[in-house]
Ligand binder design. Structure first.
Ligand code: SAH
Ligand code: SF4
Length: 354
């Protein structure tokens, strides 16, 4: 409350369980109700206070007055013809829109969620980069996307629960560090969505201070770093952020991260025909990553309106992998192409900033 101006009602998805407990105390609600409320939020996936029928009416009245449930309404829902991918266009309170993708793999479901409206990093081949930056998402808006997917799975009576989250949707998560980590802490709560123990992967363009901070703080995340090129000049041409955080500083930060956390990093490499997909490029990656605990994720370029490059053919991608494996003992995967027809693939997420 600032000088009589009423603060916006608290979005319950913004709070960790401990913060929720403290908030209830502040509202003079018995904190005994924390577990019950948390259960409604993240296990029953309630979409309104009215649905929380086991809470005493008095508590519901306080919630109606002081809080809100930041459920994100669906503006559009599109299924891919691949049968595995569904893209949700979700509406934020200020009417901006973000995209969240549900991806089914054998035996598990992954949500690809956004961390910003747009992105400031401007990678030339990325549709989100091409739309520019509008704003950071709040922790609650990030959490609400995972809840949205979990709820969608349940209402469709799908056999699988949400098992993994990848922060690979719109935006650069380490540019919005505090909100993203707050959301991660909420998502990994054992009594809630329980997406701890390495079920969350965060992909960064290479924000060096963020990687170093992540190395100091212990969170059970998988880290993926978008490399795309093994020399500073080639990388800066694709990823303008490389001018701010040059390749040698990025690699030093990655080394520090792996040393301090004991974790392997996934290095992402968008394969663009003729640009970064020859055996010599593979050797350059191999040399760059030598001695580091690493796995390379190769992503054949997905089409976007603002970039004319073509994806690497399957044979060339396989050859790239063989060079990494045989000459450098470096494991790699080629990302399955999913949801391309509905522009839900890596780097295809973009909505007009309304
Ligand atoms: N901002 C973060 C996460 C979002 S993008 C990052 O850049 O890492 C997730 C991955 O998709 C990144 O590795 C990104 O480089 C890649 N990507 C972006 N545009 C792409 C495109 N058109 N085709 C294939 N991969 C793309
Ligand atoms: Fe932003 Fe990642 Fe797209 Fe680059 S690839 S513009 S960092 S979302």
């Amino acid at each position: 409350m600032h000088r009589g101006v009423r603060t916006r009602p608290v979005n319950l998805y913004d709070l960790t369980r401990e913060e929720l407990r403290l908030q209830l105390v502040r509202w003079e609600v018995n904190p005994f109700h924390t577990a019950q409320l948390w259960n409604y939020l993240y296990l029953q996936l309630a979409d309104s206070f009215a649905a929380m029928t086991d809470l005493p009416a008095r508590v519901r009245t306080v919630l109606e007055r002081e809080a809100r449930l930041g459920v994100l309404p669906t503006a559009l829902e599109t299924d891919s013809s691949d049968g595995f991918t569904r893209k949700y266009l979700l509406r934020l309170d200020d009417d901006h829109r973000i995209e969240t993708v549900l991806m089914r793999f054998t035996g598990r479901v992954t949500a690809c969620i956004s961390s910003q409206v747009g992105c400031a990093m401007g990678c030339v081949f990325c549709a989100t980069g091409q739309m520019g930056y509008t704003r950071h998402l709040t922790a609650g808006e990030i959490v609400a996307q995972a809840v949205h997917i979990a709820r969608a799975l349940r209402s469709a009576r799908e056999p699988h629960r949400l098992r993994n989250v990848v922060l690979m949707g719109m935006g650069e998560p380490l540019h919005n560090y505090d909100a993203v980590m707050h959301a991660v802490d909420i998502l990994r709560d054992e009594a809630g969505l329980a997406l701890g123990a390495g079920r969350i992967t965060l992909s960064t363009v290479g924000v060096v201070p963020g990687i170093l901070r992540l190395a100091r703080e212990s969170r059970p995340l998988h880290l993926a770093v978008s490399l795309h090129a093994a020399t500073q000049a080639e990388r800066a041409a694709l990823v303008p952020a490389a001018k701010k955080w040059p390749l040698d500083e990025l690699m030093a930060a990655c080394r520090a991260y792996s040393e301090q956390t004991g974790r392997r990093i996934f290095y992402e490499w968008t394969l663009i025909a003729g640009q970064n997909d020859t055996p010599d490029h593979a050797r350059a990656v191999g040399r760059l990553l030598q001695g580091l605990p690493a796995q390379v994720n190769l992503i054949p370029l997905n089409p976007t309106a603002g970039y004319g490059g073509a994806p690497t053919k399957t044979d060339a991608a396989r050859h790239f992998q063989q060079v990494l494996a045989h000459e450098f003992q470096l494991p790699s995967t080629v990302r399955q192409r999913r949801g391309i027809d509905i522009a839900a693939g890596c780097g295809q997420l973009a909505v007009s900033a309304s």
